[in-house]
Design a protein around this ligand. Structure first.
Ligand code: FES
Ligand SMILES: [Fe+2]
Length: 375
């Protein structure tokens, strides 16, 4: 059986900033860790082990006290924001054991997203969460889809995103478009903020758009750049830019903030942010943020932002992907004996993505080994 794994030493999205109103406790499972999170009165996000150090009762089922401590709902032990127990109701004057504390997790809030590092905190400086500046930028319209609970290892969904040759037949009838599958693929690889990335680039000219793309982007025939970039195990960025033939500007760096994706200045397009947060090796949470320039309206309904239009279409398409990856996942239960996967030419990016995951996993395992040897 091919072993599936998750990378724990990595930044993952725990939610959008809006998912964390002040003083509301939420329970999460991220990379096999139960985690309680909340936003303090001062606006900071706190995250620590959701298991009370006394008898494992989930702290997310407790309550926040006026002094900002978290009270366990079972026997009432209270924890401060660092996860240290500061009060035990059954012996209020006695000493508190240093063991009475729960492990905190590093958190970074940026670009409207809350990121958490569920692995070894000492390695959290090795990378930074990828930036998504268009989210929350007022010149852009952002519409969220999800969170979706996916019954599959997150790498299966990432492979699905990097490989659009599945548009036909999996998405036949909505975004299915066999011509897409035949566009030659260029690959770009590199490193940004400590994250290895792999990006597929599909450039095409005089492309006759299917009706849904005409509705989103207005032009019947376009020159188009379409990129899919695995920025880190936690985030994949998809950029589509198109313009009438001969009018699409060459630009480096579609994996970076595009700034203006002009509308009346002609070019139109979108940035899709997909976040992948593993629950365990067979399940993950998928969030999508659809971003278009704020003034970009759909052709079929000029009163409706294109970002909204794209997001409306998403659930039906996503349902097909969810079905596919869950079916694949079931097949991992059988031993490989006599079975091996075939790799086609467009699978190159997927192989590189797997290598990024394997290298990160290997580095994490060797760091655990080195730590064990030192102890
Ligand atoms: S389990 Fe939390 S105080 Fe006992
Ligand atoms: Fe798909």
């Amino acid at each position: 059986m091919t072993e599936q794994f998750i990378v724990k030493d990595c930044w993952y999205v725990a939610g959008l900033s809006d998912d964390f109103p002040a003083e509301k406790l939420t329970g999460h499972v991220i990379a096999e860790r139960p985690i309680v999170m909340w936003r303090t009165k001062d606006g900071d996000i706190v995250a620590y082990d959701d298991r009370c150090s006394h008898k494992r009762f989930p702290l997310s089922k407790g309550r926040l006290m006026p002094d900002g401590t978290l009270e366990c709902a079972y026997h009432g032990m209270r924890y401060d924001m660092s996860g240290k127990c500061v009060m035990i109701p059954s012996h209020p004057t006695g000493p508190i054991s240093p063991q009475a504390q729960v492990r905190p997790f590093p958190v970074i809030e940026q670009d409207g997203l809350v990121w958490i590092w569920p692995g070894n905190p000492e390695r959290s400086e090795t990378s930074k969460p990828p930036r998504v500046p268009e989210v929350g930028d007022s010149t852009w319209k952002t519409v969220r889809v999800g969170p979706m609970d996916v019954s599959a290892n997150y790498l299966l969904l990432i492979e699905n995103l990097l490989d659009i040759t599945h548009f036909y037949p999996l998405h036949d009838g909505n975004i299915g478009d066999i011509a897409n599958s035949r566009i030659p693929i260029e690959l770009e690889e590199g490193e940004c903020d400590g994250n290895k990335y792999v990006m597929t680039i599909r450039k095409t000219s005089n492309y006759v758009q299917p009706p849904y793309l005409v509705d989103w982007f207005h032009f019947d025939t376009v020159d188009r750049h379409h990129t899919h970039c695995l920025m880190s195990p936690g985030l994949t960025r998809v950029v589509m830019r198109n313009a009438p033939p001969g009018e699409l500007k060459e630009r480096e760096g579609d994996r970076e903030f595009p700034g203006s994706m002009e509308v009346d200045g002609i070019e139109r397009g979108y940035v899709l942010i997909h976040t992948h947060t593993p629950v365990d090796s067979r399940r993950h949470i998928w969030r999508v943020l659809v971003n278009c320039p704020a003034q970009h309206m759909s052709k079929g309904d000029p009163g409706k932002p294109t970002a909204t239009r794209v997001a409306e279409m998403f659930p039906e398409v996503a349902a097909e992907d969810l079905w596919a990856v869950a079916e694949q996942q079931k097949m991992f239960e059988y031993p490989d004996e006599g079975y091996s996967e075939v790799f086609l030419k467009p699978d190159l990016a997927l192989r590189r993505a797997r290598k990024i995951f394997h290298d990160l996993h290997a580095a994490e395992v060797s760091a655990v080994g080195a730590q064990a040897a030192a102890e």
